[in-house]
Ligand binder design. Structure first.
Ligand code: HEM
Length: 386
């Protein structure tokens, strides 16, 4: 499937080639041979990073707010200018390292507001509250909560770090960083074609997601009711989930596959052969055992088992080194129109019985409302703060 990003990429490459050679026809016919231009326009009905594939490199910064509603509005105007510049490969105003701003790196910046912001502004999206602590959670305040979020993604880690540095510098009079998380993901197969990426357990992760651009995706992700300013926005749950690779690696391959109910090499359900085959949740083996086990993660989280509730997940792998010791895990990101209505019941169900709980521990948790996108001449969350 050609993603929106590739579409823009190749179309952009063709146009650039045409301009350079003066031969539009030649360039257009050769467009698939040209290196893709990976620029993502900053403008849109929705914040553009949400529809884009998981970035190769990403940093999330949560901030504690130290200003009032007017100050937050000033910060959103500043950040909107920064985002437009950085996404276009230009230095933002006041940039102290302008050479680090480069184009063609699929840079996106997504901004969110934590629940406490709405004590200042009013108009809180319903259901946007910190998640209750689950039985298996071992939350560390160092990775939890936050009033503002920026999520910067790009193909290149230097660009991510540079953009974050700019955004944090501009936030200084208004907000200070509370936590930072860095992650990475690979959506490209060895033949250069897009694939569903893998988490550090080695599992294909993201298959069951609603596909971007489908009615199913739209109804899962975008808010259509609630406060007027939030129409076209969404929510983001950030869970930092530690994965015990040592005990996971002690399992046999078939034990690992049973925990999720999917094949490790292809990502196919254990009742099918191809990644996108539908799960057969009734199928039994010769001994009468369910092929996709009762406590298998893919069964418990499947929408048919959850009153049709869906979420849109994006993973970022992380490693965290302290001296010679490495911790590994997943920065689990979930978009949904309504946290309390869609995400929380699913989380509670998984916390109660999911087979994966044996090897995973959530150590950070945060919830944000992501305002809709902006157009030239407008700015982020203008309808809330303007
Ligand atoms: C480290 C923790 C986790 C790991 C390693 C993990 C891994 C996976 C894998 C391998 C799949 C199957 C492939 C796919 O459909 O993407 C999957 C599916 C899914 N997971 Fe997770 N997951 C984790 C945490 C969570 C959490 C916390 C939630 C939500 C509260 C969740 C919700 C889902 C959903 C909704 C699906 C799709 C099920 C379907 O429609 O078939 N996962 N996960």
């Amino acid at each position: 499937m050609t993603t929106r990003r590739q579409f823009f990429g190749y179309a952009g490459a063709a146009a650039a080639g045409a301009a350079a050679t003066g031969g539009a026809v030649v360039a257009l016919h050769n467009d698939l041979e040209m290196p893709p231009v990976r620029a993502i326009e900053p403008y849109g009905e929705h914040q553009v990073g949400i529809n884009a594939a998981s970035p190769r490199h990403a940093e999330l910064v949560a901030f504690r707010l130290a200003t009032d509603k007017a100050g937050l509005g000033r910060l959103m105007r500043l950040w909107t200018n920064d985002i437009v510049a950085l996404a276009s490969g230009r230095p933002a105003p006041g940039d102290t390292a302008p050479e680090l701003a480069i184009g063609n790196v699929a840079l996106t910046v997504t901004v969110g507001f934590g629940p406490r912001v709405f004590e200042l502004t009013g108009n809180k999206p319903p259901g946007l509250d910190d998640l209750p602590v689950m039985k298996h959670d071992r939350l560390d305040a160092a990775w939890s909560g936050g009033d503002l979020l920026v999520l910067v993604g790009a193909d290149d880690p230097v660009s991510v770090v540079h953009a974050v540095r700019r955004l944090v510098a501009d936030a200084k009079p208004f907000a200070t960083p509370a936590w930072r998380q860095t992650g990475f993901w690979n959506n490209t197969g060895s033949d250069g074609q897009p694939v569903t990426g893998r988490n550090l357990f080695g599992q294909v992760d993201g298959t069951g997601n609603p596909a971007v651009g489908t009615p199913e995706f739209d109804s899962t992700v975008w808010s259509t009711d609630g406060p007027e300013w939030f129409r076209g926005g969404t929510t983001l749950v950030v869970r930092r989930i530690r994965m015990n690779l040592d005990t996971w690696d002690e399992l046999t391959r078939s034990e690992q596959e049973r925990a999720v109910g999917r094949n490790l090499s292809t990502g196919a359900p254990l009742t099918g052969t191809a990644e996108h085959d539908e799960l057969d949740l009734e199928a039994r083996d010769a001994n009468g055992r369910l092929v996709i086990a009762e406590n298998a993660h893919a069964r418990l989280s499947h929408h048919t088992e959850n009153d049709g509730r869906r979420i849109f997940r994006k993973g970022l792998n992380y490693v965290h080194d302290t001296g010679a010791t490495r911790e590994s895990g997943l920065i689990f990101l979930s978009h949904q129109a309504d946290v309390a209505g869609q995400f929380l019941p699913l989380l509670a169900r998984l916390d109660a019985v999911d087979a994966l709980n044996e090897w995973t521990t959530t150590i950070g948790s945060a919830v944000f409302a992501l305002p809709p996108g902006f157009q030239p001449g407008s700015w982020l969350a203008q309808k809330l703060l303007g």
